[in-house]
Design a binder for this molecule. Structure first.
Ligand SMILES: C[S@@+](CC[C@H](N)C(=O)[O-])C[C@H]1O[C@@H](n2cnc3c(N)ncnc32)[C@H](O)[C@@H]1O
Length: 287
């Protein structure tokens, strides 16, 4: 482990011996983080000699990884739609599925389906269960004129969201709320990636998730449907006429969430699949 290349090879070999699937990628991720270079460029520095301190950091990150701690929690950073954000164990690690949710809203807004001709018009948007703030921050970044509120029940999660909003200099109004409890205005768009895993499914998840990611961000009562029911029962009071609601959903929840929405007077607008061809995003409008 004298230089960058031999360190990558060493970390890769240890991870591979412990049956980690992407050992090469993970080794590059760890070493590039320690020497503070872009992961795609790490081989440009292959002959760079490492200091004792850097070697120790690599070994300690490797040790954490062998305990299945996710890489993003080890480095304290995650990626979402090409932005680097801070994460810690109080917030969910950003998932590619959630990028589909944000892309659906961007596509709608840009194809002028909101009936306005200028994508830079002002809209009011609420993100329920904002976690690290990725959904709210990404949309506010693309549509700077939107007024974006984002809530979470977890104070600790909001600290992370605030730090990301400040660091990226994107102004999002963050506040604590149990779903709509502290919300007092009406919105053009409500978006949520709520907890949607049932107690039963949670027991089957990998320890990498159950031992490190916050349970409150993952598990929902009523077989994973609690938040969809609660939000859809109350959403009409918080949407302007013609307002829209966008959800990320579990891959088998489209049918039942559509039914809950219909029972509460919402009309289906779209169902979008994720990159693995699973149902992932539903949007509804007030009828
Ligand atoms: C699946 S995570 C989504 C986090 C982030 N929006 C994302 O997409 O990565 C769900 C979030 O809902 C929050 N949450 C859980 N129960 C809540 C409640 N009753 N009211 C508001 N937020 C809640 C959790 O703290 C967590 O941050």
């Amino acid at each position: 482990m004298q230089n960058v290349l031999s360190s990558i090879q060493y970390v890769e070999e240890v991870l591979s011996n412990h049956n980690f699937d992407n050992s090469r990628f993970e080794a590059q991720y760890i070493v590039s983080h320690v020497i503070n270079v872009n992961q795609n460029e790490v081989y440009l520095y292959k002959d760079l000699l490492l200091s004792e301190n850097e070697k120790q950091q690599i070994l300690s990150m490797l040790e954490e990884r062998l305990q299945y701690k996710p890489l993003q929690y080890i480095t304290g950073t995650g990626n979402f739609l090409a932005k680097e954000i801070t994460v810690n164990s109080f917030v969910l690690i950003p998932r590619p599925e959630t990028e589909c949710l944000v892309m659906e809203i961007i596509n709608d807004a840009e194809s002028v389906k909101f009936g306005k001709s200028d994508v830079h018009y002002s809209l009011d948007m609420l993100d329920i269960g904002t976690g690290s703030g990725i959904i709210a921050i990404s949309l506010k970044c693309i549509f700077p004129k939107w007024k974006v509120d984002a809530i979470d029940i977890s104070e600790e999660a909001l600290v992370v969201a605030r730090s990301n909003s400040n660091h990226l200099q994107i102004d999002v109004n963050l506040f604590t709320s149990d779903i709509f409890d502290n919300v007092c205005k009406k919105y053009d768009i409500i978006v949520s990636n709520p907890p949607y895993i049932s107690e039963h499914e949670y027991k089957l998840l990998h320890p990498e998730i159950t031992e490190y990611e916050p349970r409150i961000a993952l598990v929902a009562e009523e077989n994973g449907l609690y938040f969809y029911r609660r939000i859809l029962e109350q959403a009409a009071s918080y949407l302007k006429p013609g307002g829209r609601i966008y959800f990320e959903i579990g891959s088998k929840q489209a049918g039942i969430v559509k039914k809950i929405a219909a029972d509460n007077g919402f009309e289906l607008r779209s169902l979008r699949k994720d990159l693995n061809d699973y149902d992932r995003v539903l949007s509804f409008t007030t009828t």
